[in-house]
Design a protein around this ligand. Structure first.
Ligand code: COA
Ligand code: AMP
Length: 623
C-alpha cells in the first residue's frame, strides 16, 4: 500500500485499518474490534503477551539462532550478541527471579539502570509477567528517582552497581539508597546487578545480589494479558516539578510499533536496526527494545557516546560492523560528531554503506546538520517528530510506503492514524503556511497514551485546550506541500540534547537556593545541544560572591534534577523584567539571550529593567 492510501484508510476507517495491522502479532484471544465504543480504547477483548511477540514467537518460528540483541559497550570494551533463543532464556530466568520475589501481575517495578543487556532483560521480563515497568533514566538524581518511587509505588527496584559515563564510573547504589530514604513509599527488594567496575554494598535487608538470585531462579513463562494491561509507566517533564507518568497499554503499543517498523522505517525482519538513544527515554522503549524485536530485527544496545568513546567514528564503525540498515539518533549526536570530524574522515573510513537511511528525532533538526550528514552518507536523512505521550512517530516520511523524504526543515507528513490540524488560539484551523498550535484530532491511534498514572486531571488537560483534539504543546505550520514544520514548544518545556526538560521545574530548584530571591529560567540556543537552560536570578542580600552563588545554583540543579539539566549561563540581575501583574517576561529574556526582536509590552512594570538586563547579559557574555 502507498502512503496516501494508507493514510486515507487509517482516518476513514481506523477500526478496520488497525484490526488489519493487528494481524502482525500473535494473540491468545484475537480482538473482536479495533477501536472501542468509548472512542479511545484499542483491541478490547483481545489477549496477548508482548514479550512472547518480541522474543518467544521468533524462536518458535525457527529463528532462535538469529541475532536479537547486540550489546556494544566501548566504555567497557565489550561486544556481545544474544540470539533470540539466548534472549528468551535470559528473560525467562529474570522473570523467574522477579516472580520469586513475590511480584504479581500489575505490580510496578522500577528499573534504574545503565545501558547494559540486563536492563533489556528486565523490561521484557516485566512484560512477560504483566509487571508494569517504569524505567528511570540513569542520569536522574536521587530526588527525581524518589518522586517516581512515590508516584508509582514499586514493589521492586532493579539497578546496577554503576553506570559508566565516558571515563567516569558512577555508583548507582548510593543514589538508589538516597532515593529510598527520601521517598515515603517502601519497596520489598532492591536487586543489584554487580558490575566489575564497581561493587555495591548490599547492607539493607531488602538488598539482593542479582547474579545470585538469578542463579536460583526457575524460568517463568509468558502470562496472557488483556489488551489494555499497562505495559509500562514512563515519566516525562510537565510544567511543574512533578513528572507525568505516561501509561502505555499493551496491545495498541505492540500493534503500532509492529506496523511502524516496515512502514515508517522500511526494515525487514532479520535486518539490524539501531536507535542510538537511552532506554530511559521513549525512543529507547519503542525503538531499542520493543519495536525492533517485535519485527524480528536485531537491535543494538550502545553504552557509549557519539564522540569520545573512543572517537566520532564509533557510530559509523558499528553500523558497518553489524550491517545496520537503519540508524536513528538525535540531531545533537550528529552535531557532536560533526564538531569532532568536520570533514567526515572517520565516517568515510568506516564505510557505513549498508545504511539505507538515517532517522532523526527528539529535537529540531537544523537544516545545516541534516545537509552535512546527508552529504557525508549519501543516503536519505529523515527527520520525524513524536512525543513520550504518543509513543511512536506522528510526523514522518514513511520510507516503507514509498514516500520520498520530506523537504529539509520539515518533520514530515502525518503518519497514518494521526489526523493533524494547525489551530489558532481559539481552536479554529488556520490555513497552509500559517503557524499555529499543532493538534491531533481524536481518536488517537493505537500506542498513544490513554492515561497518566494516578493523574486523571493532568491527562484531561491535554484535551481541554481544543475540544476534540489532543494539544501537542508544539507550534507548527503545514506547508502547501502537506509537510509540517515544527517551530518549538508553546509551554515552558525545553529540549536539551534531545532530552525534554521543564524550565518551571529548574526554576523551582533554583528558587529554593538560599542565596536566590527570585529567578527565571529560559532555553538559550546552543550550537551543540540545541537548547540549554539559562538562569537569571536576583541574589539575596548578604549572599556570597557571584561565583559562589552560581556554584550553588548549578550544584543544586545537578543534585536535585540531573547533570543533563545543568544551566549553561547563570546571570545575576538587580531585578527581573515583569508585567504590572507580576508575570516575568520570559519571551523578553529569551530575545535577550537568543538575539530575537525585543518587544516591550505595554503592561511592563519596570521598563528600565529591560535595558539593564540587555546590558547585564552582554557584560556576562564578555566576562
Ligand atoms: N548517567 C549519569 N550521568 C549522565 C548520564 C547518565 N546516563 N547521561 C548524561 N550524564 C551526565 C554527563 O556525564 C554530564 O555530566 P558532567 O556535566 O558532569 O560532565 C552531563 O550529564 C551532561 O551530559 P550530556 O548531555 O550527555 O552532555 P555531554 O557533554 O557529556 O555530551 C553529547 C554531549 C552531545 C555527546 C550528548 O549530549 C549526546 O550524546 N547527546 C545525544 C542524546 C541522545 O541521544 N538523545 C536521544 C534522545 S531521543
Ligand atoms: P519527548 O516527549 O521527550 O520525546 O519530547 C517531545 C518533544 O520533543 C516534542 O513535543 C517536541 O517539542 C520535541 N521534538 C521531538 N521530535 C522533534 C522533531 N523532529 N523536531 C522538532 N521537535 C521535536
Amino acid at each position: 500500500m502507498r502512503y496516501e492510501e494508507a493514510y486515507r484508510q487509517s482516518i476513514q476507517d481506523p477500526d478496520a485499518f488497525w484490526l488489519d495491522a493487528a494481524q502482525a502479532l500473535d494473540w491468545d484471544t484475537s480482538p473482536p474490534q479495533g477501536l472501542g465504543e468509548d472512542g479511545s480504547s484499542w483491541f478490547a477483548g483481545g489477549h496477548l503477551n508482548l514479550c512472547h511477540n518480541a522474543v518467544d514467537r521468533h524462536v518458535e518460528a525457527g529463528r532462535g539462532d538469529d541475532a536479537a540483541l547486540i550489546y556494544e559497550s566501548p566504555v567497557t570494551g565489550t561486544s556481545q550478541t544474544y540470539s533470540f533463543a539466548e534472549l528468551q532464556s535470559e528473560i525467562a530466568r529474570t522473570a523467574g527471579m522477579l516472580a520469586a520475589e513475590g511480584a504479581k501481575t500489575g505490580d510496578r517495578v522500577i528499573i534504574y539502570m545503565p545501558m547494559i543487556p540486563q536492563a533489556v532483560f528486565a523490561m521484557l521480563a516485566c512484560a512477560r509477567l504483566g509487571l508494569v515497568h517504569s524505567v528511570v533514566f540513569g542520569g536522574f538524581s536521587a530526588a527525581e528517582l524518589a518522586k517516581r518511587i512515590d508516584d508509582c509505588e514499586p514493589v521492586i527496584v532493579l539497578t546496577a552497581s554503576c553506570g559508566i559515563e565516558g571515563s567516569k564510573v558512577i555508583p548507582y547504589k548510593p543514589i538508589v539508597d538516597d532515593a529510598l530514604n527520601q521517598a515515603s513509599a517502601k519497596v520489598s527488594a532492591v536487586i543489584v546487578w554487580q558490575r566489575e567496575q564497581c561493587a555495591a554494598d548490599l547492607t539493607s535487608p531488602c538488598d539482593k545480589h542479582w547474579q545470585a538470585e538469578l542463579a536460583k531462579a526457575e524460568p517463568a513463562d509468558c502470562v496472557s494479558l488483556p489488551s489494555d494491561h499497562p505495559l509500562y509507566i514512563l515519566y516525562t517533564s510537565g510544567t511543574t516539578g512533578k513528572p507525568k507518568g505516561v501509561v502505555r497499554e499493551t496491545a495498541g503499543y505492540g500493534v503500532a510499533l509492529a506496523w511502524s517498523m516496515p512502514n515508517i522505517y522500511g526494515v525487514k525482519p532479520g535486518e539490524a536496526y539501531w536507535a542510538a538513544s537511552d532506554i530511559g527515554w521513549v525512543v529507547g522503549h519503542s525503538y531499542i527494545v520493543y519495536g525492533p524485536l517485535l519485527n524480528g530485527n536485531a537491535t543494538v544496545l550502545f553504552e557509549g557516546k557519539p564522540v569520545g568513546t573512543p572517537n566520532a567514528g564509533i557510530f559509523w564503525r558499528l553500523v558497518a560492523k553489524h550491517q545496520v540498515s537503519i540508524l536513528f539518533t538525535a540531531p545533537t549526536a550528529i552535531r557532536a560528531i560533526r564538531g569532532a570530524d568536520p570533514a567526515g574522515e572517520l565516517l568515510a573510513e568506516a564505510q557505513p554503506d549498508c545504511l539505507r537511511a538515517l532517522f532523526l528525532a527528539g529535537e529540531r533538526a537544523d537544516p545545516d546538520t541534516v545537509e552535512w550528514v546527508g552529504e557525508q552518507l549519501g543516503k536519505p536523512v529523515i527527520d520525524h517528530w513524536w512525543q513520550t505521550e504518543l509513543g511512536w512517530p506522528a510526523l514522518a516520511t514513511c520510507a516503507g510506503l514509498g514516500t520520498a523524504p520530506a523537504p529539509v526543515g520539515s518533520a514530515g507528513y502525518p503518519v497514518p492514524g494521526f489526523a493533524f490540524h494547525v489551530l489558532d488560539e481559539s481552536g479554529v484551523a488556520v490555513g497552509a503556511d500559517v503557524t499555529g498550535n499543532l493538534a491531533i484530532a481524536e481518536p488517537l491511534p493505537p500506542g498513544s497514551f490513554r492515561s497518566l498514572w494516578q493523574n486523571e486531571e493532568g491527562f484531561r488537560g491535554y484535551f481541554t485546550a481544543f475540544d476534540g483534539f489532543y494539544a501537542t504543546g508544539d507550534a507548527g505550520v503545514m506547508g502547501s506541500d502537506g509537510a509540517y514544520r515544527v517551530m518549538g514548544r508553546t509551554d515552558d518545556i525545553i529540549n536539551v540534547a534531545g532530552h525534554r526538560l521543564s524550565t518551571g521545574q529548574i526554576e523551582e530548584v533554583v528558587a529554593s537556593c538560599p542565596s536566590v530571591v527570585e529567578c527565571a529560567v529560559i532555553g538559550g540556543s546552543d550550537n551543540l545541544k540545541g537548547e540549554v537552560p539559562v538562569v537569571f536570578f536576583v541574589g539575596a542580600s548578604g549572599a556570597g560572591d557571584e561565583a559562589a552563588v552560581t556554584g550553588e545554583i548549578v550544584g543544586s540543579v545537578r543534585e536535585q534534577i540531573s547533570p543533563i539539566a545543568a544551566p549553561r549561563d547563570v546571570v545575576s540581575v538587580a531585578a527581573l523584567p515583569k508585567t504590572r501583574s507580576g508575570k516575568i517576561l520570559r519571551n523578553l529574556l529569551r530575545a535577550v539571550v537568543n538575539g530575537g526582536e525585543i518587544v516591550i509590552p505595554q503592561t511592563i512594570e519596570n521598563p528600565d529593567v529591560v535595558q539593564a538586563t540587555i546590558d547585564r547579559f552582554e557584560t556576562f557574555k564578555k566576562g
